[in-house]
Ligand binder design. Structure first.
Ligand code: ADP
Ligand code: ASP
Ligand code: MG
Length: 407
């Protein structure tokens, strides 16, 4: 007998028929004597639709009200699932984020979970209820509804699993596990049986949206075993766990692609102490997350500073950068919106040389120009033109011998 959190993503609850499929699966787990907390996303496409609706209603939708709107997507699915389970004679209760005591900070549309009370969840489990919690949403200290950023239901699920000390957190999605690269981009992608929290953190941060990065942070911090699997088959998926001796030790274990960033360059900036702080402080104050930062060397007391930001924040970041450029006397600001960041990730990289050279060589062989490069101990990322993104992923997947035998 165990305690499970089962999270179902948008495609798994895309319509009534699929929610019925979820009900049957949850009921099966319950019938085996387990306690179950279900966490749901909105139906596929609904969150996008709500954002579009808000943008058609307002030129700059108020973020608090945006959260009130976005939370309705998950409110719908939890109610539908609980109804269905009740029709099947299972005691089921739906809870919205605030009812499940999911306390977040007050950063609207991108809130972070501070704590989960979980008393109500526990009390319901005690009564042998199936508890169906709305993912992606919480509530700040002042009682405002908040949402956790796109893909946030993963984080709701893992955080709840940590709070109630579940035996495992199962993430049901539209692929049957975590692959060496997005199986929808590369049909030679290979399923990984077990992956460490650290590698998954890198993959998630670099664009593998199969798990929201914060969910992996929670899983690592509270040691929650996460099982990513398909809601459409019974097959075992991928376990995301603490690194152990049985894990495959490949130099590169995955390739990712992120098309959600844009580049901004401040040209011919005075090469003086304090200039970088002047460029990045107002961007940080606007709560914009900068990803890559590259400073070129130029002679003549000047330098170029390039960085990338999420595309959603591009206009705001550009406006701020133009003001800074004027203030510090930079020559001009240039941009590129259609870029993609492709990355190779692997803990094995720590002990191997030549990974970067192999990556650059593989891209060069396809005539793909590299615009920016950044590295960490266990990853290398290159920015390329967006139109080459998929090709770059496939080429790197082959170059690092990740292709499965037959596809
Ligand atoms: P859900 O709606 O269930 O939360 P998501 O669309 O957020 O599902 O995440 C699943 C998707 O993640 C897959 O359909 C796949 O295209 C994408 N993906 C990206 N990288 C990977 C990877 N390395 N392994 C598996 N899926 C990946
Ligand atoms: N519905 C939200 C989204 O589309 C949260 C999620 O699905 O995880 O981003
Ligand atoms: Mg998701």
């Amino acid at each position: 007998m165990g305690l499970y959190v089962q999270k179902f993503g948008g495609t798994s609850v895309a319509n009534v028929k699929r929610i019925r499929n979820v009900a049957a699966r949850v009921a099966r787990t319950f019938d085996q004597g387990n306690d179950v907390v279900v966490v749901l996303s909105a139906m596929a496409g609904v969150t996008d639709g709500l954002i579009e609706l808000a943008n058609s209603a307002s030129a700059a939708p108020d973020r608090r009200e945006m959260d009130v709107l976005l939370a309705t997507g998950e409110q719908t699915t939890v109610a539908l699932l609980a109804m269905m389970l009740r029709d099947m004679n299972y005691p089921a209760t739906s809870l919205l984020g605030f009812q499940a005591e999911i306390l977040t900070n007050d950063q609207a549309c991108n809130a972070r979970i501070i704590s989960i009370g979980a008393d109500r969840i526990r009390a319901l489990l005690e009564k042998r209820h199936i508890v169906v919690v709305a993912g992606f949403q919480g509530c700040d200290q002042n009682g405002n509804i908040t949402t956790l950023g796109r893909g946030g239901s993963d984080t709701s699920a893992v955080a709840i699993a940590a709070a109630i000390q579940a035996d495992s957190c199962e993430i049901y999605t539209d692929v049957d596990g975590i692959y060496t690269t997005d199986p929808n981009i590369c049909d030679r992608a290979r399923k990984i049986k077990r992956i460490s929290y650290d590698e998954m953190l890198e993959l998630s941060s670099l664009g593998a949206k199969v798990l929201q990065i914060r969910s992996v942070e929670f899983a690592k911090k509270y040691n929650v075993p996460v099982h990513v699997r398909s809601s459409f088959s019974e097959e075992e998926g991928t376990m995301v766990v603490q690194e152990d001796m049985d894990m495959e030790r490949l130099v590169v274990s995955g390739v990712t692609c992120n098309k959600n960033e844009a580049r901004i360059t401040l040209k011919r900036v005075p090469d003086q102490p304090g200039v970088a702080a002047k460029i990045f402080t107002p961007i940080a104050d606007a709560n914009i997350q900068v990803d890559m930062i590259i400073q070129n060397f130029r002679s003549g007391g000047e330098t170029d500073v390039t960085f990338t930001v999420p595309r959603a924040n591009f206009n705001q970041a550009l406006e701020i950068s133009k003001k800074t450029a004027d203030a510090i006397g930079a020559a001009e600001v240039t941009t590129a919106e259609h870029i993609a960041k492709v990355s190779v990730v692997g803990v094995g990289m720590k002990n191997h040389s030549g990974v970067a050279a192999r990556m650059f060589g593989a891209l060069a062989a396809e005539n793909i120009n590299i615009r920016l490069i950044s590295t960490s101990e266990i990853r290398i990322s290159c920015v390329v033109e967006e139109k080459y993104a998929e090709l770059a992923v496939r080429v790197l997947h082959s170059a690092f011998n990740l292709d499965q035998e037959s596809a």
